[in-house]
Design a protein around this ligand. Structure first.
Ligand code: ADP
Ligand code: MG
Length: 289
């Protein structure tokens, strides 16, 4: 390929909202054989809605207040859903102290002098038994909902169920990748049942209940098996996997962090953008199969 063809490829991409940070990235994209995609905010819209509030020993409103207090400083898609719901229900949002996001697990902090945590059932189950809640969590998961558990003072104070729909063109974009002979896998920190419900509907393979370092390990394993790997994510929790991939792609207008750490970005946040970007790179590199 010539420098002119590379420059043309980069500028054609930019016009379509497919940002690639230079010729090295374009070249990497032209050789991709596997794509690992996050679920939340990447395969899904990332505009989840709170569908159920299950309170234990306090009102729904109190559960929302505590949860929203913890999430106030967080940019996670689940956090935005919880803050929206609290606002819609007129639940007050008290200040939280020492609020801290734990990537892939949840958020902890101190609210009204009480230690609190909101996050995945897997994370909670390491310290508190969820046996009394398991069947309820399972049935919410089978409805394609993600469940976050609220702990207050070390005890379960409630459950929040949240649903996030796949992007409108998720199935089409993923099948376009397959059509190009590219292996696609969904990586998610979400629970297995919810992940499988979504993956099945899209005809894709999924690995669930992963922490950020697990996602990174899977990217490296794929590379070890000879794949050239692109990792597509919203960049909020998954910097290690984005960095380990041959090409890290930020999905959507997204966060500044994502744009900074990624090698490329699909600004319009369409799933089709991923196969389109790879096709563009192949043609610019004179590497069309
Ligand atoms: P994904 O891999 O689908 O992008 P994450 O790795 O961001 O998901 O999060 C994994 C799980 O951890 C979520 O499904 C949720 O249960 C929990 N979690 C992470 N961050 C938060 C948060 N800020 N608020 C509530 N739950 C969270
Ligand atoms: Mg995520």
């Amino acid at each position: 390929s010539t420098p002119a063809a590379i420059a043309a490829g980069l500028s054609t991409g930019a016009r379509r909202g497919l940002l690639m940070k230079g010729g090295v990235v374009l070249e990497g994209l032209s050789r991709i054989t596997a794509v690992a995609l996050d679920k939340t905010g990447t395969i899904t819209e990332g505009k989840p809605k709170v569908t159920d509030v299950v309170a234990a020993g306090r009102s729904d409103r109190d559960v929302l207040s505590l949860a929203a207090a913890l999430e106030r400083g967080s940019s996670h898609p689940l956090a935005l859903a919880i803050l929206d719901k609290a606002k819609a229900e007129g639940a007050p949002v008290p200040p939280a102290f020492d609020a801290q996001a734990i990537p892939g697990e949840g958020v902890s902090g101190s609210v009204g002098g009480m230690k609190a945590f909101l996050g995945s059932p897997q994370a909670v189950a390491r310290t508190v038994s969820l046996a009394p809640w398991e069947s309820q969590i399972r049935s919410l998961n089978d409805e394609g909902k993600t469940v976050s558990v609220l702990l207050a003072g070390g005890a379960v104070a409630g459950l929040l169920a949240i649903r996030d729909e796949p992007r409108a063109d998720a199935a089409a974009g993923l099948s376009a990748l397959k059509h190009e002979g590219i292996q696609a896998v969904m990586l998610t920190g979400d629970n297995r049942r919810t992940a499988q419900a979504i993956a099945r509907s899209l005809g894709i393979e999924a690995q669930a209940e992963l922490l950020p370092q697990d996602k990174q390990r899977i990217v490296k394993e794929l590379q070890g098996r000879g794949f050239v790997v692109a990792k597509v994510g919203d960049g909020i929790n998954d910097a290690p996997a984005l960095a380990a991939a041959d090409v890290g792609i930020a999905m959507g207008g997204g966060t500044d962090v994502a744009l900074e750490t990624a090698d490329a970005a699909a600004l319009h946040g369409r799933m089709r953008d991923i196969p389109d970007m790879i096709a563009l790179a192949k043609s610019a590199m004179g590497n069309i199969r």
